[in-house]
Write a protein that binds this ligand. Structure first.
Ligand code: PMT
Length: 383
């Protein structure tokens, strides 16, 4: 089914580069628009003219392109892409991407894109099985990249083993990513983000480690998806603000790390430090998420679960106890992901299924979650 994605195809220098020509043809046949980026060594195997003719677009080979109005061709290309596919991917480009090197256009694009990335390796079987290559591939997977293949079989160099690039038709089938654009067209999404601040006195408050990055990334992804986003920033007033808007919304996503307790009394003056110990009585706050899910005309309600242990069990409990449509669970307090990190990973649960979204930057992750929300929302509203 044609879904008109913008596919940025990176071709690196291996004999399988010739198969990338067939890949371009198949992608275009199914309605995708393709722009090709070639490494210098790829141009030794196949002429850029071949890809230009097949894609209908000029081929990009230079990092700094004086022809571009702002000389920022790589940023423009990165913004354009719905999917970055590197096929064939040599051991060299895999090593560069996994380590964040950016010394040519393709490796720079890998760093610059926020869309899903697919990599189809192709190399000699000994190079593929080398520990360092396997470590680099594992690193890429950890960054949220989907690896397609390679296959086992006879190789151009005469060896037999794993390292052949997957067939173009198979690679096409694996590109399941859809553009986030317009998947929520016309819908209103209410997203709570960031920490709350519970005042103790005029100068002090209780808060948590949330930076708001995950919530803001979701708001941007929802905007890109065509939704109207209402920004809510306040702390203690979040309950009132959300409840005033929730009934009129189609989707509510509770990303905010709302305080579970707040000081019972806010002291009107700064508390003096005379006593060697002090006690602050905390009252449980109202659960905004549960209240939204209880509304008569409740929106499609998505909660988050931030856990330091028993991630799945606690998330499933919150899903059922609060009667949510979906819950996105993440580990917090670990080295990677969670609070204040640029990256995160989510295990998403709904009553009849689940999906794992691997560790990736929060912009990319937010788009994946918004796509999933759109899918689940549409299913709920058509059944
Ligand atoms: O902001 P970042 O630095 O980018 O970090 C992102 C994040 C880790 C904060 C985010 O991904 C996340 O997990 N947000 C939810 C944090 C949280 O409060 O989780 P919880 O398991 O304590 O709460 C469960 C759900 O109930 C959440 O959807 C929360 O918004 C909601 N809740 C909690 C208490 C309350 N009084 N009202 C609520 O609505």
């Amino acid at each position: 089914m044609a879904i008109n994605r913008h596919i940025l195809l990176g071709v690196s220098g291996g004999i399988a580069a010739y198969k990338a020509a067939e890949l371009v043809r198949l992608l275009r046949k199914q309605g995708d628009e393709v722009r090709v980026v070639m490494t210098e060594s790829a141009t030794q195997f196949v002429s850029p003219l071949t890809f230009q003719a097949l894609s209908g677009n000029s081929v990009h080979t230079e990092l700094l392109n004086a022809q571009e109005e702002n000389a920022m061709g790589h940023i423009n290309l990165a913004r354009w892409a719905d999917v970055l596919l590197i096929a064939p991917a040599t051991a060299n480009i895999i090593a560069k991407c996994s380590h964040g090197l950016a010394d040519d256009l393709l490796s720079t694009l890998y760093l610059a894109v926020s869309c899903p990335v697919y990599i189809a390796p192709a190399m000699n079987q000994a190079m593929w099985s080398k520990t360092v290559t396997q470590e680099n591939v594992a690193k890429l997977k950890g960054q949220g990249v989907t690896i397609i293949g390679p296959e086992s079989g006879e190789q151009a160099c005469g060896d037999t083993g794993f390292g052949r690039m997957s067939e173009p038709a198979f690679i096409c089938e694996q590109l399941v990513a859809k553009p986030v654009e317009r998947c929520l067209q016309g819908l209103t999404v209410l997203i709570s983000a960031g920490p709350t601040r519970e005042p103790i006195d005029p100068v002090r408050y209780i808060t948590n480690r949330s930076s708001g990055k995950m919530g803001y990334a979701l708001a941007h992804a929802a905007l890109k998806a065509g939704a109207t986003v209402i920004y809510v920033e306040t702390a203690a007033e979040m309950y009132e603000a959300v409840m005033a808007k929730a009934s009129g919304c189609d989707i509510y996503i509770g990303t905010a790390a709302v305080a579970d307790y707040s000081p019972d009394v806010i002291q009107p003056q700064k508390i003096k430090k005379h006593a060697s110990q002090t006690t602050i009585i905390l009252q449980k706050t109202k659960d905004i998420l549960a209240a939204v899910a209880k509304l008569d005309s409740c929106p499609f309600t998505v909660g988050f679960a931030a856990e330091t242990e028993n991630l799945e069990a606690y998330a499933q409990h919150k899903l059922h106890e609060k009667n949510l449509d979906m819950i996105a669970a993440n580990w917090v307090g670990r080295e990677q992901g969670g609070f204040d990190s640029e990256q995160n990973a989510l295990q998403v649960f709904w009553k009849t299924g689940q999906k794992n979204l691997a560790m990736m930057n929060k912009t990319q992750l937010a788009e994946q979650l918004i796509l999933l929300c759109a899918e689940r929302f549409n299913e709920k509203n058509t059944t």
